[in-house]
Ligand binder design. Sequence first.
Ligand SMILES: Nc1ncnc2c1ncn2[C@@H]1O[C@H](COP(=O)(O)OP(=O)(O)OP(=O)(O)O)[C@@H](O)[C@H]1O
Length: 347
Amino acid sequence: MGTSIVAYQLPLDDLVSVDQVHLTKEIEAERNIDIPPENLLMSLKLNSQQKYAYNKILEACFASHRHSFFIDGPGGTGKTFLYRSLLATLRLQGYIAIAVATSGIATSILPGGRTAHLRFKISLDFSKNRTCQLNKQGSVAKLLLESKLILWDEASMTKRETIKTFDDLLRDMMESELPFGAKVIVFGGDFRQILPVIEQATKEVLLQSCFLNSPLWYKLHKLKLTENMRTILDPQFSEFLLRVGEGREPVNLNSKITLFRDLVIPYYDKEESLNRLLHSVFPDLTLYSQDPYSMINRCILTPKNNSVDELNDIMIRRFPGELHTYISSDKAIDQRHQDDYKDFLNS
Ligand SMILES: Nc1ncnc2c1ncn2[C@@H]1O[C@H](COP(=O)(O)OP(=O)(O)OP(=O)(O)O)[C@@H](O)[C@H]1O
């Protein structure tokens, strides 16, 4: 028999292990995520489909028999709006609601969002590792146990093996054979947009790798959003988008879709057409230089990075005011924080 540790009269602080400090930090960090005031009002503005989903999900969070959901909504039907109101409601009451997304860019619009692979330590390369590198006794595991809700946006872009790995992790941690260890998980996404990205994969392989083809898919309660809130003032355009997304829009002999004339900027020569494009998306540069908020809902998407650079150069030259160059970095100043900011540094 050894001597009791009490006999050494160590200061109490020294007895708290590094892991415990980290554990508290992870949970504290989640509890301290800022709740944007406008998000608190979102639950009052939900449309009837969003409200139905919101109530169903919150009911499940506090029920004894918990289950998971998939929110299926074409682009613009208010999935993010719904996620933000759920996160705000639960966090305001002091509960932990974890927000993850498949891509870094989607995490940036969810308060406290992280990429799923980073948060759950899931390898991106399944040829090397198929398990989550999470210590069952560690701080992230504890955070998952404490959470009331886990929200995963862009799950439609996630490979089904990743979802299976996540399911294994939760079953193991919760010591339950129920799907996702009987935690309430809200997956969301739109299979009409981007499927999992696999280099040089055929269409069949891509479809096979989709969440839709996982046995876990059938365990989820499906909630549908169909009202396009982004194009609410243009129902003809939202119906067109839906037809394209669902493969219902007729194609010509070359398997191409014909766009409405008023959606197209006619090609005269490159300079003239680019000018017309820029003018139609950003008609008043002076206004945007005075009020950046009037600009944030406008953007030009291009298939190639070269075109992004070209358009940015033109816009910057035309923008009123003095030119400043801000250098960004992909390394945190303190290397210990590199992992925490990885999603943003590399996006
Ligand atoms: N109930 C609502 N009341 C007012 N505006 C709403 C409502 N729901 C969504 N919106 C607005 O509609 C737009 C589209 O919503 P949101 O970005 O949540 O859609 P989404 O389904 O996440 O789209 P995507 O799949 O393209 O990311 C946003 O500008 C959002 O603020």
